[in-house]
Design a protein around this ligand. Structure first.
Ligand code: AMP
Length: 396
């Protein structure tokens, strides 16, 4: 079956067409600047990218342009739209309502809408994408795959915050966690590669990208994760602060004369390694700056790895041990110095990586620990689109 995978943002739409039998990507790209002017990027497998500027007042026109490109006589990946057997939509927040991927129906959309206030920037955009696809492909089955669903197995002691219980009862304030599709995909894959049964392995997945989170996966179930009610909690990220004393937020807001929205903007968009270094959120820029003697870039890199190691250490305690640690996403797959720094903190418990192998791994699937290491350490490239396509096929 050919599956169209859609990941909608407020003014963007990323897509891939995946052949679920061969698991090959047939075409991929994105629509940008929806509602502003509009740009389509389209790439058929094996060919160069094509960029077309064209008006996209809404997501519906964007989806229409993607469909037109997919059946274009010269560069289309499909001969007819009827070849699309299903559409898989990434949906950011499923609250406590969705514990697995779900077939899209009117009731399901209503339930997603009820989660909108938990992810006011993301969920409405996801629903707009679903509606646009329904309008143009009314008879094609569609599935919603949630970032939060994988973490719904966390025990209550892990997901509750130490605030009045009524905040949970009345407003559902709790840790939800994100990147669930990636944590699920990578933890399954690393068990396969390691030759251990998924339901009898203790795994820690370090999803280190511009957004970054860690997940403790015990016997195939997420038991804790570093992001929270929103993606702001946990690790220091590209521009997000991660964990911070809430009193510091009030203190900064008073000093800088910021309202709540301004303070949240500072924590989400102006903090993280970019805010600390004053250089960039991109680890390639940070490493270059550090090599040139920039002390704040060096500090940002140190702080990033230290926070990752602290979370890994705490999840080893949460699971009373760990069999496998997996690094994934842009930084996890491509930055040997971060992997090395994190693993050095874990030397006390017998984690040892092979420096030569580690230094050579950029985006490949590879065991990077030494044979003597008490814990296996892997680099496992994540593939959220493929995971969404698999979930979609399983349900339709
Ligand atoms: P992601 O959000 O998973 O796409 O990861 C994005 C981040 O990965 C970028 O901001 C970079 O910091 C980092 N990254 C990607 N490629 C490389 C690379 N070749 N070397 C170092 N860092 C990289």
């Amino acid at each position: 079956m050919k599956v169209l995978v859609i990941n909608c943002g407020s003014s963007s739409l990323k897509y891939q067409v995946i052949d679920s039998d061969s698991e090959q990507v047939l075409a991929k790209g994105l629509c940008e600047r929806i509602g502003i002017d509009g740009r389509l990027v389209y790439q058929k497998a094996g060919l160069d990218k094509e960029i077309t500027d064209a008006p996209m007042p809404t997501h519906k026109e964007a989806v229409q342009m993607v469909l037109d490109a997919l059946v274009n006589e010269k560069t289309g990946a499909l001969s007819d739209l009827s070849e699309i057997g299903a559409v898989g939509h990434r949906v950011v927040h499923g609250g406590e309502k969705f514990t697995t991927s779900t077939l899209i129906t009117e009731d399901m959309i209503k339930a997603v809408e009820e989660c909108n206030d938990l992810a006011p920037l993301h969920n409405p955009a996801n629903i707009i994408g679903i509606r646009a696809c329904q309008a143009l492909m009314p008879n094609v089955p569609m599935v919603g795959v949630f970032d939060t669903a994988f973490h719904q197995t966390m025990p209550k002691k892990a997901y509750m915050y130490g605030v009045p219980y009524e905040c949970y009862e009345n407003y559902k304030v709790r840790k939800y966690g994100f990147h669930g599709t990636s944590h699920s995909f990578v933890s399954k894959r690393v068990a396969e590669v390691n030759g251990t049964p998924y339901d009898a392995t203790k795994t820690i997945v370090c999803h280190l990208g511009n957004g970054a989170s860690i997940c403790a996966v015990e016997n195939g179930k997420s038991v804790d994760t570093s992001m929270g009610l929103s993606p702001l909690e946990g690790l220091i990220m590209g521009t997000r602060s991660g964990d911070i004393d809430p009193s510091a937020v009030e203190f900064i807001a008073k000093k800088e004369n910021l309202d709540m929205a301004g303070a949240m903007n500072l924590l989400n968009k102006k903090s993280g390694v970019e805010g600390i270094s004053g250089v960039s959120s991109d680890f390639r820029d940070l490493i270059k700056a550090k090599e040139e003697g920039n002390e704040r870039a060096a500090l940002a890199l140190d702080m990033f790895s230290y926070r990752v190691a602290k979370y890994v250490g705490s999840y080893i305690t949460a699971m009373n041990g760990v069999d496998v640690i997996a690094f994934t996403a842009g930084i996890g797959e491509n930055t040997p110095t971060v992997r090395k720094a994190v693993c050095d903190y874990l030397g006390y418990m017998g984690v040892e990586i092979d420096d030569q192998i580690n230094d050579a791994v950029h985006g490949d699937e590879k065991l990077i620990s030494t044979p003597a290491s008490k814990v296996k350490v892997y680099v496992i490239p994540t593939n959220e689109e493929l995971a969404i396509a698999r979930e979609t096929v399983a349900l339709v």
